[in-house]
Design a protein around this ligand. Structure first.
Ligand code: GUN
Length: 293
């Protein structure tokens, strides 16, 4: 069994990006720059945004978080997005999700300039992904594809079962793994909360990908011997032995499933670090697109 080390792979990508940024800066140009918009004080969102800012700075990017109170209105948030769209010093930005209930998330995402949409959530970028034209790929599916490529996992003709059909992970990933390219050409099935006889389906998977957000949902009896397991779940569960009072687990019961797997991603340290790494790759691409155009 091989543990897919997302933390290590992300570090490799950071090292590549850091070198590229050093070259840019030593030629007298400004470094790539990104912004994260954070609304409210959700602990998980705050944690992700802080991690993104820390890593951006580590690789030499200029990075900033714009924090708004939970009471911000739709109009005010749209105005802020307009400002970022028009600011030539910002190459890319993200709006951390989920947004508060009174905000229309879709209208916000549609307002993002697609050339600065480093999350790849704008419909133009999702459409480009569908027709295999160069745009921004959503960071988590992109990170999973990158792990599959860098670990040389054969997907050709393999049966992939993805549990979860979210717009951020499951749905775009199903398209990427099905398309004709390296890391694709798989037969993909997307399971969700209405799927019948899920266990029968997961037992048939050569590659099982979980993105449903249910702690340790997949158990050893649900997978076949030799399966490749990629766990995109990050769940907090109570842990009295930890100083924080909680620990992070994936959607897969790692200890027992890893005994049957040929490859498996841990949580933390698997898919999570790759999401941030690919966000930085997208930022570098947004920067280069702007400088060249
Ligand atoms: N919330 C959870 N994952 C993500 C992500 O990749 N991007 C944004 N903007 N919000 C998220």
């Amino acid at each position: 069994m091989i543990i897919i080390d997302g933390k290590h792979t992300a570090e490799e990508i950071y090292s590549e990006l850091r070198k590229e940024t050093e070259k840019i800066v030593s030629s007298g140009k400004r470094p790539p720059s990104l912004v994260a918009i954070l609304v409210g004080n959700d602990p998980a969102s705050t944690h992700y945004v802080r991690s993104k800012e820390k890593i951006a700075k580590k690789i030499g990017f200029s990075s900033q978080t714009i924090h708004f109170p939970i009471s911000i209105t739709q109009e005010e948030l749209l105005q802020e997005i307009k400002k970022l769209n028009n600011n030539p010093d910002i190459d890319g930005y993200i709006v951390q999700l989920p947004l508060p209930k009174h905000i229309d998330e879709q209208e916000i995402i549609f307002a993002i300039n697609p050339d600065k949409d480093i999350d790849g959530f704008h419909p133009l970028n999702l459409g480009k992904m569908l027709v295999q034209s160069e745009g921004f790929l959503p960071a988590t599916p992109y990170g999973i594809l990158e792990l599959i490529k860098r670990y040389d996992i054969n997907t050709v003709g393999k049966k992939v079962v993805i549990i979860g059909r979210s717009l951020i992970v499951g749905r775009p990933l199903s398209i990427l793994l099905n398309q004709k390219h390296v890391g694709g050409n798989a037969t993909v099935c997307v399971a969700h909360s209405k799927t019948k006889n899920l266990k029968k389906l997961t037992l048939s998977a050569d590659i099982l990908i979980t993105a449903l957000g249910k702690p340790e949902f997949v158990t050893a009896d649900m997978v076949k011997e030799g399966v490749v397991v990629i766990d995109a779940g990050i769940n907090q569960i109570e842990d009295k032995n930890s100083a924080k009072g909680y620990k992070l687990v994936g959607d897969v019961k790692f200890d027992e499933v890893s005994k049957k797997a040929s490859y498996i991603t841990p949580v933390p340290g698997g898919v999570g670090p790759m999401t941030i790494a690919m966000l930085m790759v997208n930022t570098m691409r947004a920067y280069k697109n702007k400088i060249i155009s």
